[in-house]
Write a protein that binds this ligand. Structure first.
Ligand code: DOR
Length: 442
């Protein structure tokens, strides 16, 4: 694996570099272009952006127990198609990932997958919220973080969970949702929910839990990571906690940045656009049901501002594959969640094109910053192992089930034409996605 990417725009958030230059790869390592022999394959990369490989902190791979929707192998293929070289698999599988032997088994199944697959251990046994898992043993088996994603850690166990994660030098990834305040909710509370007659999810359901979590992180000194934040109020709480020295990081999904609760009524305008015409035929689409729910427009704009100003550390997909029989059903029966690995970059680039976030900030939130949260390095400096994505930021593609690498296609973006095509992904020195820009045995 030796070749030259000539004349790419290299954006490396680890060094602040943003420059047009050649990128030379010699046997899986980044080297000075002068080190390549004259007959090394040369790829014209003019117009392409090269960035460190992306790291998704929040992926549902559905193996074991939900292989009809996704497997480790298919999810990893979807990852590299989207530029991700690392995915962190959430533990809400069947059975849940609460046991070190299961983790070791899954890790061996993931060896050789197209992307590095990291595992997040469950906080409570069976994700039942009653007793803690053996956090130290799970960390010893390779868990990079702990989470009961799908639900918040119950009050009675929160400080003990944070303490155990801290003792293993791992963050706790919290799905911040107060179960009482969110009970029965189907979509974000507000005028659209009222008009559609769907039970609303109040933003206080997130804020109450975030404030509880921040207080516990402050009391214990543990590392708290708040995943899929969906309200501006929660971000303000993070900002205030950071000023007090709380060790907190956070991520937001592409769909909470760019989609809004109006999508449930059939609107398809991005959050930064004026609400568009409502297409009644698209109303109550089960593929718009997600937890936390699609935000009010003001909250989506607050999240975009929090991304642009650096408050948000990471964009995480919450890639949540489900089979058609669980999403193409009445809204109140639909399984929450949508796929995201193959559309995340494109949604981010649409926000960049709209002037909502600078490209280097977007790429930092997809690569270097999430990687650091799980202790991985990313760099495009000479001497580093090649782990990168090369994409065309202006070429477009249309989201279609038959061309997605994911086994599932549950997304309201089906049929939409998006900017940004990933041409090449190199994960840990291996070419794992090549959209025809490299000759077969480069
Ligand atoms: O929408 C969601 N889907 N939110 C979650 O927290 C879990 C996820 C899933 O596993 O499908």
């Amino acid at each position: 694996m030796t070749f030259l990417l000539a004349g790419a725009r290299v954006v490396d958030p680890s060094s602040g570099e943003d420059a047009v230059r050649d990128v030379a790869i010699l046997e899986g390592r980044l080297v000075d272009p002068a080190q390549l022999s004259d007959d090394a394959p040369r790829v014209d990369a003019a117009g392409l952006v090269v960035a460190p490989g992306f790291c998704d902190l929040h992926t549902h791979l559905r193996e074991p127990g939900g292989e009809g929707a996704e497997t480790i192998a298919s999810g990893a293929r979807a990852a590299v198609r989207g530029g991700f070289t690392t995915v962190c698999a959430m533990p809400n599988t069947s059975p849940p990932l609460d046991d070190p032997d299961l983790l070791a088994d899954l890790a061996s199944r993931a060896a050789g997958a197209a992307a590095r697959v990291r595992f997040i251990g469950a906080v409570t046994r069976g994700r039942a919220g009653e007793a803690l898992t053996d956090v130290a043993a799970l960390a010893g088996a390779g868990a990079v973080a702990f989470s009961d994603d799908g639900a918040a850690v119950p009050d009675a166990l929160l400080e003990a969970a944070l303490g155990a994660a801290m003792a293993s030098d791992r963050p706790l990834f919290e799905h911040a949702e107060d179960p009482a305040l969110a009970a029965g909710a189907l979509m974000r509370a507000g005028p659209t929910a009222l008009r559609l007659g769907l039970t609303g999810w109040p933003p206080a359901a997130e804020l109450a839990c975030v404030e509880r979590d921040l207080a516990a992180a402050e009391a214990t000194g543990a590392r708290l990571h708040l995943t899929h934040l969906s309200t501006g109020a929660a971000l303000d709480a993070v900002r205030a906690a950071r000023r007090r020295g709380v060790r907190v990081t956070c991520d937001v999904t592409p769909h909470h940045l760019a989609l809004t609760d109006a999508w449930v009524s059939g609107d398809r305008a991005w959050s930064w656009e004026e609400p568009g015409d409502v297409d009644g035929a698209l109303a109550y689409d089960g593929r718009c049901r997600v937890n936390p729910p699609l935000p009010a427009r003001d909250d989506a704009l607050a999240l975009l501002a929090g991304l642009a100003d650096g408050t948000i550390d990471a964009i995480a997909t919450d890639h949540a594959p489900h089979p058609p029989e669980r999403t193409l059903v009445p809204f109140d029966a639909a399984a929450p969640g949508l796929i995201g690995l193959e559309t995340a970059l494109s949604i981010g680039l649409a926000a960049v094109a709209a002037g909502r976030v600078p490209l280097p900030v977007l790429l930092a939130a997809l690569s270097v910053r999430p990687a650091a949260i799980i202790g991985e390095q990313r760099s495009l400096a000479v001497g580093s192992r090649a782990d990168l994505v090369a994409f065309d930021p202006v070429a477009t593609w249309t989201v279609m089930p038959e061309t997605l690498a994911s086994r599932s296609s549950n997304t309201p973006l089906l049929g939409r034409t998006l900017p940004g095509v990933v041409r090449l992904t190199i994960a840990d020195g291996r070419v794992t996605w090549n959209d025809g820009i490299l000759a077969p045995r480069a």
